[in-house]
Design a protein around this ligand. Structure first.
Ligand SMILES: Nc1ncnc2c1ncn2[C@@H]1O[C@H](COP(=O)(O)OP(=O)(O)O)[C@@H](O)[C@H]1O
Ligand SMILES: CCCC(=O)OP(=O)(O)O
Length: 361
């Protein structure tokens, strides 16, 4: 059976799309949205019609008739906690993402755009491995302050896909292995997968700094800065997400540029690069304790895993824990399409999104 799948991954400044016939990629395209265009919209969800039109235009330009699509899948956004895998997009999910998103994030548009396109041609829309996938054990939820639980918000899509691929490539099942995955992109998440469940993470506001995020910062200093009267709430959020991490030290979010600076003898660039690798390694070490050291593999993935300097540094620090596998790239469009294909082929089942059930799950 041949299935044609449109995958949509909205990011803060671009919408990446791809079309697949089963596993074969027919088209892949990054649609850039100009900062002036984005600035016209007060809320991220208001950008949906503009981005949808751009997606339809690219399909038409590439002679892909939307009526030939079997389904549409979007990167799942900031919903209340959900399970891993696929969800059918429904009105309840759209209501949450449009009217009460947990956090405003470009990925919230994935379900909204997919649903609209799918509805117009009478097929189903899905999300797959949303950033809100929550498989924490109870012990992982405590933060140290009552009523301020830790949250499972992560790069679950690429992290789970790489762990599943690693298992398959090694003739094992994902649910037989304990794997630590470090997703190294604009944001960084390190996650531990115990026998097929992502039971804990070190997220990008609790762990390593990344190109544009601060990671864990000293709490007392952060609180004092919040109350200094010098910053608005929005500016403080931007300080940790958008203007934190590498960019706050070196004025770039591009690790390739940092490495060029290092080649030119820039000592601060070397220190910041080293510190990011050091912090990622610490997070891997931290999560190794969750499975009591029984780690079958450590996977380094995401755009930064293309860097030999980064992977060599982290490998040196964590190889004592387990084998290190380098799987570079963010692979998110492939992960969306292949996950959905497993649903269409009845190898996995899509869940129905219902908030009242999730709250008690
Ligand atoms: N060949 C490379 N060497 C070093 N860093 C790279 C390379 N390719 C991409 N990167 C870095 O990867 C980061 C983006 O990663 P990516 O997974 O694409 O993130 P996102 O989807 O969050 O933007 C950027 O900091 C970029 O500089
Ligand atoms: C909220 C965790 C997922 C995330 O931050 O995604 P991006 O790095 O794509 O913004």
């Amino acid at each position: 059976m041949n299935y044609r799948i449109l995958a949509i991954n909205p990011g803060s400044t671009s919408t990446k799309i791809a079309v697949y016939d089963n596993e074969e990629q027919l088209l892949v395209k990054g649609i850039d949205h100009k900062a002036e265009e984005i600035a016209n919209y007060e809320r991220i969800q208001d950008q949906f019609e503009m981005r949808k039109q751009e997606v339809l235009k690219v399909l038409a330009e590439n002679n892909i008739d939307i009526n030939t699509l079997s389904t549409v899948v979007g990167r799942g956004g900031l919903l209340p906690p959900v399970k891993s895998g696929a969800y059918l997009v429904n009105d309840e999910m759209i209501d949450r993402l449009v009217n009460r998103p947990v956090i405003e994030h470009a990925s919230n548009l994935g379900a909204i755009i997919s649903y609209e396109i799918a509805k117009s041609i009478g097929v189903n829309a899905y999300i797959y491995d949303s950033v809100a996938v929550d498989e924490f054990n109870d012990i992982a939820r405590l933060s140290g302050i009552k009523n301020m639980d830790r949250e499972s918000l992560s790069h679950a899509l690429n992290s789970r896909a790489m762990a599943i691929k690693f298992a398959k490539d090694n003739n094992k099942k994902y649910n037989e292995l304990n794997i630590i995955v470090a997703h190294l992109g604009g944001g960084i998440t390190v996650s531990v997968h115990e026998k097929g469940k992502m039971i804990d993470i070190v997220s990008d506001d609790e762990g390593p700094f990344s190109p544009e995020r601060s990671g864990r910062v000293p709490c007392k200093k952060l609180i004092n800065t919040c109350f200094s009267g010098n910053y608005t709430h929005k500016e403080m959020l931007k300080m940790i997400r958008g203007k934190g991490g590498i960019v706050s030290y070196l004025d770039t979010v591009d690790v390739r540029e940092v490495e060029k600076m290092m080649e030119e003898g820039n000592k601060e660039a070397k220190l910041v690069h080293d510190a990011m690798c050091y912090q990622v390694s610490k997070a891997i070490g931290e999560l190794a304790t969750v499975v009591e050291g029984k780690v079958d593999a450590i996977i380094l993935t995401g755009g930064i895993a293309y860097s030999k300097l980064v992977t060599k540094h982290i490998k040196r620090r964590v190889e004592f824990i387990s084998h290190v596998e380098i799987m570079p790239g963010e692979n998110e469009l492939d992960s969306l399409a292949l996950g959905t294909l497993r649903v269409l082929n009845n190898e996995e089942t899509a869940r129905e999104y219902k908030e009242e059930i999730l709250a008690n799950a």
